[in-house]
Design a protein around this ligand. Structure first.
Ligand code: PNW
Length: 485
């Protein structure tokens, strides 16, 4: 297939992303106390190899060299997250020593002309809050706002791009329904309670940060307040089979619409409420009892940017053989549940597309369709791709280089897909690679490498892969070349 030359508009933001627990290490330094991931990583069978983030990429100590690397790779922005248990250890008072790390990081970024793109919550809830009920407890949302304001007190003078939550789908449904992620609870529709409290935390933080003037700034094009959601494109495996069509509707509802609708329409999707409201929830009649008057007005507070994380779509089938499908085992043998509430009958069907090391199918056209759908069906603000990327089994060769042609192809194809959407009228302003560095891939530990930069976990040596050089070139020129073939 031959491809043509593509030019992105001037000012398009080119970046790379990480998250605190996945890269920082320094788990017990300067007053940090455990998060739910420190705890979960120690649950037998929860994470491959029992890997944890105690050291990770040692970014906490190596941030200056890592920022130099960003500059070398022509990155215009760095998307990172702040660790709640550093800033408010045990969810208690503000810890200046923990905040000081982000102070140093932000100053280093600004000194190197790299825009700091700050995410407040990328899954590292203080364990003390989980012990008090975690995201199924409404109080956690108010505690999040306290924490968010402490971060803003320290960094609000220099950071203009604020994201409340990263991927509440993972926090709620991998954490409280499926059990694949911390805190590892498998409580069915209680995941919807967690989702509602995460949405409430988001909306409350938006109101408070907006009150402090966070938002658009003519001097700083990257300025804005928003959230990052992860999306799938749920296609019925057989569009003529009503069972598959209904299964795809439910997955779309429980993945995409359950967050999009409250944020942009001020209501939960009626079909998903009808499917789930009679399901048992510990201590409540229905998950919908968690919704209090006024919550949806808070949740639908206007935002300036929507972060879009896209990895792949899925072909969905519904089958009347629930016994086969009820649980799935990870590579450690720990049994987890489906994260899709009430979808024990649903399966994801292979379409024979190439797969990454995560076993995720590579589907760039899904990104185009997703972006166009967001524009057509929701009143979305300007969009940024806040994560897209792929894990492959990269190896260092004898000459010390890391050649990753599959990732180069993945990046090229997804940038073209994003550009296609822009041609169809989507207001897309930037693109962040997941990830800058190989890092701690949650339940997969250090076994999956998503970086455009290779990390040797014994020596902490960073080696830009071929894909990093490729991306640096795109970041410098905004251009993708043509190819024959
Ligand atoms: C995202 N799923 O996680 C996160 O934002 C990153 O921290 C992570 O490293 C990256 O994507 C790659 O996995 C996801 O099961 C984890 O659908 C799991 C899923 C989706 C996103």
């Amino acid at each position: 297939m031959s491809t043509s030359e593509i030019q992105f508009p001037p000012g398009f933001l080119w970046g790379a992303a990480t998250a605190a627990y996945q890269v920082e290490g320094a788990a017990a330094e300067d007053g940090r106390t455990p998060s739910i991931w420190d705890t979960f990583a120690r649950v037998p069978g929860a994470v491959i190899g029992g890997d944890h983030g105690d050291v990770a990429c040692d970014h906490y100590h190596r941030y200056a060299a890592d920022v130099a690397l960003m500059k070398e790779l022509n990155l215009g922005a760095y998307r990172f997250s702040v660790a709640w248990p550093r800033v408010r250890p045990d969810a208690g008072p503000v810890n200046a020593a923990g905040l000081a790390f982000y102070d140093r990081l932000v100053d280093e970024l600004l000194a190197n002309d790299v825009v700091p793109w700050l995410t407040l919550y990328h899954w590292d809830l203080p364990q003390a809050l989980e012990d008090a009920g975690g995201w199924t407890d409404r109080d956690t949302a108010y505690r999040f706002v306290d924490y968010a304001l402490s971060v803003h007190d320290a960094l609000g003078d220099r950071v203009a791009a604020w994201t409340t939550l990263n991927e509440p789908w993972c926090s709620a449904f991998l954490g409280y329904t499926g059990g694949q992620h911390a805190p590892g609870r498998q409580e069915g529709a209680n995941g919807l309670v967690a989702a509602h409290h995460l949405m409430l935390a988001h909306g409350l933080a938006v109101q408070e940060l907006r009150g402090r003037g966070v938002g658009t700034d003519p001097e700083r094009p990257e300025a804005g307040l928003g959230i990052t959601l992860n999306f799938t494109v749920a296609d019925p495996n057989d569009p003529a089979d009503p069972v598959d069509v209904d299964a795809a509707r439910r997955v779309d509802g429980l993945f995409n619409r359950v967050f999009l609708d409250p944020i942009f329409r001020g209501s939960y999707p009626a079909d998903i409420v009808a499917d789930t409201e009679a399901m048992p929830v510990p201590g409540r009649g229905s998950w919908t009892d968690a919704i209090q008057d006024g919550d949806l007005e808070i949740i639908s507070s206007p935002i300036d940017v929507l972060g879009v994380n896209y990895y792949n779509g899925n072909a969905i089938a519904g089958r009347p053989h629930p016994d086969e499908l009820k649980s799935n085992e990870n590579e450690t043998g720990r049994t987890t549940s489906t994260p899709y509430v009430g979808c024990d009958d649903v399966i994801f069907v292979s379409r024979g597309l190439p797969r990454t090391a995560m076993d995720w199918e590579v589907q760039p056209e899904g990104l185009t369709r997703l972006l166009v759908r967001l524009k057509d069906e929701y009143a979305v603000p300007p969009l940024y791709i806040t994560e897209n990327g792929a894990a492959y089994d990269d190896e260092i060769s004898a000459d010390g280089s890391v050649h990753d042609p599959d990732r180069v192809h993945f990046i090229d194809a997804h940038l073209r897909a994003a550009h296609d959407a822009m041609q169809q009228g989507v207001d897309l302003r930037g693109f962040f690679q997941w990830s800058l560095l190989d890092n701690y891939e949650w339940a997969f530990g250090y076994t999956k490498r998503f970086g455009i930069v290779h990390v040797d976990y014994d020596t902490q040596v960073r080696t830009p892969k071929t894909s990093a050089r490729f991306y640096a070139d795109v970041a410098a020129t905004g251009r993708l070349g043509s190819s024959e073939g």
